[in-house]
Design a protein around this ligand. Structure first.
Ligand code: FAD
Length: 303
């Protein structure tokens, strides 16, 4: 019963996938294998990240262009404010728009020196995500996603300030928030409730990070203020040198999290794929997101 109930709900579930622009030919080859594997799942959109200080500007643009030219997918270009004046950011917006990009993920970004260093806005730049959303709204009728932090952004002194920042982004035209990754679904639910109480009604889509590498994930979580629960560390303990078991545990953990969110009524998921298809594909399968012809209830194509 539980399975069929989840599968029924799965018909309504929408997903998006996040990629980062590849640095080498080998990474590019791997990314395209991933894109091609995930494409038949018909995601709502796929997004391509933007490196600190515009360091990936060309590579982000190249990846987005390839998605537009070689797939039926809808790309969303990430964009940040780091180390760029307003003219430079506006130029990038126009370049993407000229390419046919209609979706953006608008971020402040982190200092080029790395996460944790104090953020100093460019003197003539957009100072935060909310201002960048405003700039995008002035340039066109875009679908604009922004970040949200269920455990609050490390620079936010309290939740009220954090939610206030999200509200400013919505007021400036954001249509969707995507969360930083998290592992405790209660934390996510409480954050969504806080946002709703503050009059924020856009979708707050959980960002799901399948744990491809627990050690790396822990380091990253420490930098971005995401809490790694003790029970999660316990599950991955001792698996550093056992990749096949690590992978199975990662699939189980992510499936458990996503299925629980579906039970709680969540209908949109954003996957941080790390440019790998396997875990995202398997989790999608479990929530009823399948290649078109295989979808549950789909009629076989006429001969
Ligand atoms: P904002 O929401 O603009 O600000 C973050 C916090 O800073 C606020 O919550 C607030 O505490 C404080 N703050 C900002 N402005 C003010 C103000 N005027 N007054 C008071 N406090 C203020 N990084 C990349 O470099 N490239 C990417 O492609 C990328 N993609 C991401 C995608 C998602 C879905 C998420 C969740 C994060 C992504 N990041 C990316 C990381 C992001 O850039 C960092 O988390 C960064 O530290 C904050 O960016 P933001 O847009 O969330 O900042």
């Amino acid at each position: 019963y539980r399975f069929s109930r989840r599968t029924d709900k799965g018909e309504k579930v929408r997903v998006s996938f996040e990629f980062f622009p590849p640095k080498t030919d080998e990474m590019e080859r791997k990314l395209w294998e991933t894109v091609k594997r995930l494409e038949p799942l018909d995601p709502d959109f796929v997004s391509v990240t933007y490196g600190a200080g515009g360091s990936t500007r060309e590579r982000t643009a190249r990846t987005v262009r390839r998605i537009l030219e070689e797939t039926v997918l809808t790309p969303a270009a990430h964009l940040t404010c780091v180390d760029a004046d307003r003219d430079a950011v506006d130029t990038v917006i126009r370049e993407f728009a000229g390419m046919g990009v209609k979706r953006f993920v608008a971020l402040r970004g982190d200092p080029a020196e790395g996460v944790g260093a104090a953020y100093r806005p460019h003197p003539n730049g957009y100072t935060n995500g909310a201002e960048l959303v405003g700039a995008l709204s002035r340039h066109g009728d875009f679908d604009i996603s922004v970040s949200a932090y269920p455990e609050k952004h490390p620079e936010s002194p309290d939740f009220a300030t954090d939610i206030e920042m999200l509200k400013r982004k919505v007021d400036n035209g954001a249509t969707r928030a995507i969360t930083q990754f998290f592992f405790d679904n209660d934390v996510y639910e409480r954050y969504v409730e806080r946002a709703r109480r503050a009059g924020i009604y856009i979708p707050i889509v959980p960002g799901i990070l399948p744990v491809h590498n627990f050690t790396q994930m822990t380091r990253f979580a420490g930098q971005c203020g995401a809490h790694v629960p003790a029970w999660l560390a316990e599950r991955f303990q001792g698996l550093h040198d056992d990749p096949p078991t690590h992978q199975l545990v990662a699939a189980a953990v992510a499936a458990e999290q996503v299925l629980d969110l579906v039970e709680r009524g969540v209908e949109d998921f954003h996957f941080y794929t790390m440019n790998r298809a396997d875990l995202a594909f398997a989790i999608c399968h479990m929530i009823g997101i399948r290649p078109a012809a295989e979808r549950i209830g789909a009629q076989p194509a006429a001969a």
